[in-house]
Design a protein around this ligand. Structure first.
Ligand SMILES: *[C@@H]1O[C@H](CO)[C@@H](O)[C@H](O)[C@H]1NC(C)=O
Ligand SMILES: *[C@@H]1O[C@H](CO)[C@@H](O)[C@H](O)[C@H]1NC(C)=O
Ligand SMILES: *[C@@H]1O[C@H](CO)[C@@H](O)[C@H](O)[C@H]1NC(C)=O
Ligand SMILES: *[C@@H]1O[C@H](CO)[C@@H](O)[C@H](O)[C@H]1NC(C)=O
Length: 309
């Protein structure tokens, strides 16, 4: 029973540690998306269909992020596509789900916030993360809108990343990275600095970070430091929670042992008490001859024979 109890406690502790380790990225990015949706819709003042408007303002603590928005009819999007929406080129045959008559495409350029909102360990960004998201255009003052699903049914949507930052290491292979709505990254080959996608999301281009390459080069030190301190703090959190778990476990064991010891002592005391009362009884039975009865065992027959002799 007690062992079962202990096992349960152990399981509980481990599950607590597992849950403590899961990263909180998804919520941060989805709340960023909904904040940016609000700000990008403010770009529309009597908007014309099919024209890209840049947002004049972004939240003060997100200075540097660029937003644009374009309103379109779903039918026209499907028949004609959009040849150039900043870096995105949207072909014919894009389907919107659920169906809306008009939609808004929101373009985000996360600039120097890319690493903060989309941290990627083992890679360095060589371009900012850009996002293409779609929303219902029915109410242009709406907030907290749900994202629409867009699917390129014929050709893929293309994203042009020709304007790259200097690549830290000559000869590094540039790869495309895309993030789905849950923040999960997937990588693909970049063809002449162009990436492709079939759906909405966030995109960028990366190179393997210098830390994971065989010959380290000094220039991109600053970024690497940031990354390693990040992973350091994660390690510390893990170590901390494991230690915490161990301390808890130790305390528990201590309590259990303590309890057992106490019970044992209690039992001993009870026995002693029982012995004492037994002796007292016998003493009254025997009368004056106290000394012999006290030293001998309590077995009655022996006492009697001794007495007789
Ligand atoms: C975000 O957090 C809320 C609670 O604050 C939770 O209900 C929701 O499921 C989370 N979303 C994701 C995508 O994890
Ligand atoms: C910026 O401010 C908004 C609230 O206006 C907040 O939700 C968000 O977390 C802040 N972002 C940063 C990077 O400080
Ligand atoms: C990004 O740059 C802007 C100025 O261009 C600055 O105000 C902001 O703090 C920077 N953000 C980060 C996360 O480095
Ligand atoms: C549009 O959204 C805003 C903000 O949520 C709301 O106050 C307004 O009533 C909505 N308008 C319509 C026509 O639904």
């Amino acid at each position: 029973m007690r062992i079962l109890c202990c096992l349960q406690v152990l399981l509980l502790l481990f599950s607590y540690q597992l849950s403590a380790q899961s990263p909180p990225t998804t919520n941060a990015t989805s709340s960023l998306d909904s904040l940016l949706q609000d700000y990008s819709f403010r770009a529309f003042v009597r908007p014309r269909t099919g024209i890209l408007y840049d947002a004049a303002t972004v939240p003060p603590n997100l200075t540097g992020i660029k937003l644009s928005a374009m309103r379109l009819r779903s039918g026209s999007l499907r028949r004609r596509g959009v040849s150039s929406l900043k870096q995105f080129s949207i072909p014919k045959g894009v389907i919107v789900k659920p169906y809306v008559t008009r939609l808004v495409f929101v373009y985000q350029n996360l600039a120097n916030f890319s690493q903060l909102y989309y941290p990627l360990s083992g890679y360095d960004y060589v371009a900012p993360v850009v996002g293409l998201l779609a929303y219902d255009a029915k109410n242009l003052s709406a907030v907290n809108l749900r994202e629409l699903e867009i699917t390129a049914s014929k050709d893929p949507i293309r994203i042009d990343f020709s304007d790259l930052e200097p690549i830290p290491q000559g000869g590094s292979v540039v790869e495309c990275v895309s993030f789905d709505s849950s923040g999960k990254a997937s990588f693909s080959d970049s063809i002449r600095n162009t990436c492709e996608t079939e759906r909405q999301g966030h995109f960028s281009v990366v190179v393997k970070s210098v830390a994971s390459a065989p010959s380290p080069a000094p220039p991109p030190r600053k970024e690497m430091k940031k990354k390693s301190s990040e992973s350091n703090s994660r390690t510390w959190i893990t170590v901390g929670s494991v230690l915490g778990g161990l301390v808890l476990l130790g305390l528990l064991m201590f309590l259990v042992l303590r309890c057992r010891k106490y019970k044992k002592q209690e039992r001993m005391r009870e026995m002693e008490r029982a012995g004492e009362t037994g002796e007292a009884l016998r003493m009254t039975q025997v009368g004056e001859t106290r000394a012999p009865t006290a030293t001998t065992t309590r077995t009655q027959p022996v006492l009697e024979t001794e007495y007789a002799a």
